[in-house]
Design a protein around this ligand. Structure first.
Ligand SMILES: [Zn+2]
Length: 68
């Protein structure tokens, strides 16, 4: 597990080589949502949540140990 700090100062951990900040990504997705049709929102959110495990973890009880 690697702890990273994004350019906006969010701290997050990544076990993979993906360095995208989940907090920024979630905000970005939210910002995109108002302009999208509902099916597109769902697809985008599903894709984003699937891609960024930290987002999943924040909404899901199945946390890997030590990742809280
Ligand atoms: Zn960030």
């Amino acid at each position: 597990m690697v702890q990273l700090i994004c350019e906006k100062g969010h701290r997050f951990e990544k076990s993979s080589s993906c360095r995208t900040c989940p907090t920024c990504e979630r905000q970005r997705l939210k910002n995109l949502l108002p302009g999208l049709a509902a099916p597109a929102k769902r697809a985008l959110l599903a894709h984003g949540i699937e891609q960024y495990s930290d987002v999943v973890n924040s909404q899901n009880p199945k946390l890997p140990s030590g990742m809280e």
